[in-house]
Design a protein around this ligand. Structure first.
Ligand SMILES: Cc1ncc(COP(=O)(O)O)c(C=O)c1O
Length: 373
């Protein structure tokens, strides 16, 4: 298999653990292990204390699958497969849903694996482009025009990376229906789900929109536990589940035993886990609202409504790649320029899931005040 470099991940490999101010991470600040264990109930505490480090059940620990199934309204525990991160679930779905010569439609800009893996699997990929001028809105009519007789996979990401936008329920439903009509899998990457600014705008899960729906979830983002490397696929499509299990025999076989139990503990206390994430994001959004108001002549954004990231635009007369590089050298602040997403705009990804944001934002603003007109 030949696959293109994952630009954003190569960028993080170079900078993530080396910079002073990480202002572009997409996850929420990781939970301290001791705090998580303090949430265990009697059953999960016993599972943790008595854990042996053997192989685990290939589709995932039965109790974990049951807990994940509760995040959906139509999914049974047997319709959940646990993977090592959302990344493995995406890799698997693209590889088993697509044959060489098939066609996939992927919302864009996007987390690169959503389109790169489909292409590497031999599919033709059409990108459904979202535009800042339209509030990064999904356009079902435009997306429908991309469908071909070979379309077998339609991929959305809601809440969306990198923009923090969320389609309307009607648009989301319409795209699921387009996939159903085309006989395609509707893969919905929902790794930022449950981190909506208002629970009232939360979309139905992709898996709950129809048998052709396939939700990808993860502990990394809204649940703030990226180090667990636990993700999942939830779908009522039995054929897709079967193929995914057969494929997984060649990737990881089964998930990490400690990570499964820790994920179970977290999901059983999900209200508390999510409240912590929401509190971090809300506090940072208040600072960012003030920042974008003060810096209106230099930066603007479509205010994110969900998730822990946004995709602002540098409107000052300097290319974002140059600005980001000079900012990093001068202040140790890391932004992720749009070029990492293959996007031509003067945008950059901003992450606001970390309590350390205020210090980095202060450095960014001081630098902008010093160097931009
Ligand atoms: C939209 C999206 N999908 C999938 C992933 C992969 O998640 P994980 O690294 O937890 O596997 C990410 C990570 O940034 C993401 O933003």
């Amino acid at each position: 298999m030949r696959i293109e470099d994952f630009e954003l991940e190569r960028f993080f490999a170079k900078y993530e653990f080396a910079v002073r101010h990480l202002l572009c991470a997409s996850d929420v600040e990781g939970w301290p292990m001791a705090d998580l264990l303090a949430l265990a109930d009697a059953e999960t505490r016993a599972l943790w204390d008595g854990l042996t480090l053997g192989y685990t059940e290939a589709p995932g620990h039965p109790l974990l699958r049951a807990e994940i199934a509760k995040l959906y309204s139509t999914i049974a525990p047997e319709q959940v497969v646990v993977f090592s991160g959302a990344e493995e679930a995406i890799f698997t779905v693209a590889n088993v849903a697509l044959e060489p010569g098939d066609h996939a439609i992927v919302v864009w800009p996007a987390y690169q694996s959503l389109h790169a893996v489909a292409r590497a699997a031999g599919a033709d990929v059409s990108l459904h482009e979202l535009h800042a001028s339209e509030g990064w809105a999904l356009d079902p009519d435009a997306l429908r025009r991309l469908v071909t007789p070979r379309t077998r996979l339609i991929v959305v990401n809601a809440p969306h990376n990198p923009t923090g936008s969320l389609p309307t329920a009607a648009a989301y439903r319409a795209v699921s229906d387009i996939a159903a009509e085309a006989g395609a899998t509707f893969m919905s990457d929902e790794v930022y789900r449950f981190l909506e600014s208002d629970p009232a705008i939360r979309l139905p899960a992709g898996a709950d929109t129809g048998v052709h729906g396939a939700s990808v979830g993860v502990m990394s983002k809204s649940f703030a536990m990226a180090g667990l490397r636990i993700g999942w696929l939830a779908t009522r499509d039995q054929a897709l589940l079967d193929k995914a299990m057969r494929f997984k025999d060649y990737t990881t076989i089964c998930a990490s035993a400690p990570a499964e139990i820790l994920s179970l503990i977290a999901l059983r206390s999900r209200d508390r886990v999510l409240a912590r994430s929401r509190a971090i994001v809300d506090a940072n959004m208040r600072l960012l609202d003030a920042f974008f108001e003060r810096q209106a002549g230099r930066f603007r954004w479509v205010r994110p409504v969900a998730g822990s990231i946004g995709f602002p635009e540098l409107t000052a007369d300097i290319p974002i790649d140059q600005f980001a590089q000079e900012l990093l050298a001068a202040e140790g602040v890391l932004l992720a320029p749009a070029s990492l997403f293959g996007h031509p705009g003067n945008h950059f990804r901003l992450g606001f899931g970390r309590p350390s944001l205020p210090a980095g934002l202060e450095r960014l603003e001081a630098y902008a005040d010093r160097t931009l007109r």
